[in-house]
Design a protein around this ligand. Structure first.
Ligand SMILES: Cc1cc2nc3c(=O)[nH]c(=O)nc-3n(C[C@H](O)[C@H](O)[C@H](O)COP(=O)(O)O)c2cc1C
Length: 407
């Protein structure tokens, strides 16, 4: 398994990487680099012994964050203390994990920053052991591993082969790519295993003539993040996307379209589906009299006649076997009232409404806040990066989809 992960496989995931004091610490910068290539934020915490094998400066340079090593550091405690570090992490990755560190972890010790963070965190722990084969085979180590596994700690490796000490056997740390793949696999869930989801994202472009068009500020970021989150939840995802500059989400079937009519056609051709999520900012109108040749400049006024585009959401909700349908509403005021109105008018199952035009939220922004509304309930998903918010939204979609199926 040598391939790098797709660029968004760990998008916005917060990985707290503990580097403990073994020879394989020299591979830690590669682990950091590959985690970041896959979109993760990486905070490195070193054990005091790790400093004998690799410098904090190297890990700081590749992680882009200050490396932490001291438990009793007044300045660091005031900025992001050990408890905050523990809360910050989505996952704690220990690579390399020494025999000694695993023993401390098993005992629940907290005598350095790394072990204290492990004890204070609810995040899942993944350890990539690395040690001499005799240390690995020792009953003390094996006993520690069994106790940790029973407590939910996951392990990546070790591999077997020739070791730094000249011996041959089990105890080599896995390669960085394998450790990153195991980290990404921790986030795979089976909330929507095998469920077919059709999703639209991005803006549409309505041509005025062959070189000009009317469009909107939608970047597609929210839709693409939802597509990724749905895939992580086990869904079979088809994404019908208007023009964006975003990389295609991994493991998702992507269908590129330009106009609202193209999008309508692409969606209707892919029904039936189990869930439909309409995040695209579809143009309500198109130009009726779009010119087939470029319109030349003149001194007289130019009139464009706008005619309504098909209402994709309504068409899907009215189809023969309507899927569980989720619409998006971008509102500038009275979010909940407008969203409830949309829910009724379009006869859909759920509306995710956001306030656009606010500071740093909505179109084109990296953050968002959503008010999710269904017939007999609602939930506010507080401001977060779109990638994180997408995962929370998918949890709500899965919950309401299951509730509808149980009815
Ligand atoms: C040159 C050298 C290499 C070492 N390599 C490893 C190793 O690969 N794995 C291991 O478990 N311990 C190894 N050790 C022992 C650890 O450094 C030692 O147990 C230390 O206390 C680990 O501290 P930590 O777990 O807090 O990082 C090595 C020691 C030396 C001197």
């Amino acid at each position: 398994m040598d391939a790098a992960l797709p660029p968004n496989a760990l998008a916005a995931r917060r990985v707290l990487l503990i580097v403990s004091g073994g020879i394989a610490a020299y591979k830690a910068p590669d682990v950091v680099r590959r985690l970041r290539d896959a979109g993760a934020e990486v905070q490195v915490v070193m054990t005091p012994a790790a400093g004998a094998f690799i410098t904090p400066l190297t890990l700081q340079a590749v992680s882009g964050r200050e490396v932490r090593a001291e438990l009793f550091d007044p300045a660091a405690e005031a900025a992001m203390g050990h408890i905050e570090l523990a809360r910050w992490a989505d996952v704690i990755l220990i690579a390399p994990a020494t025999a000694d560190f695993l023993a401390r972890l098993r005992l629940g010790m907290a005598n350095d920053l790394a072990s204290a963070v492990c004890l204070a965190s609810e995040a899942p722990i993944l350890a990539a052991p690395a040690m001499n084969q005799q240390m690995w085979k020792h009953p003390a180590t094996q006993d520690n591993l069994a106790a940790l596994a029973a407590r939910g700690v996951r392990f990546a490796g070790p591999g077997a082969g020739s070791q730094a000490c000249g011996e041959v056997g089990p105890g080599r740390m896995l390669e960085a790519t394998e450790i990153c793949a195991a980290t990404a696999a921790l986030f795979e869930r089976d909330l929507l295993s095998g469920v077919r989801v059709l999703l639209t994202a991005g803006p549409t472009r309505e041509p005025i003539d062959p070189v000009r068009y009317i469009s909107n500020h939608s970047s597609g970021k929210m839709g693409y993040a939802i597509a990724t989150a749905l895939r992580e939840a086990g869904a079979i995802v088809t994404l019908v996307s208007g023009p964006t500059i975003l990389p295609p989400p991994a493991g998702v079937t992507l269908v590129n379209v330009e106009t609202a009519r193209d999008m309508h056609e692409a969606v209707m051709a892919r029904l039936p589906t189990d869930i439909f999520v309409a995040t695209a900012a579809v143009a309500d109108y198109r130009i009726d009299n779009a010119a087939s040749n470029k319109i030349k400049r003149s001194d007289s006024a130019l009139e464009l006649k706008l005619v309504p585009n098909p209402d994709i959401l309504k068409c899907v909700a009215a189809s023969a076997a309507p899927p569980f349908t989720v619409g998006f509403a971008a509102e500038t005021n009275d979010v909940e009232r407008h969203a409830r109105d949309k829910l009724e008018r379009k006869a859909i199952d759920m509306v995710a409404a956001n306030l656009v035009g606010g500071a740093g939220l909505g179109f084109n922004a990296d953050d968002n806040e959503l008010m999710v509304i269904w017939r007999d309930g609602s939930r506010l998903l507080p401001r977060a990066a779109k990638t994180r918010l997408a995962r929370t939204l998918v949890d709500v979609i899965a919950e309401r989809y299951a509730a509808r199926a149980a009815r």
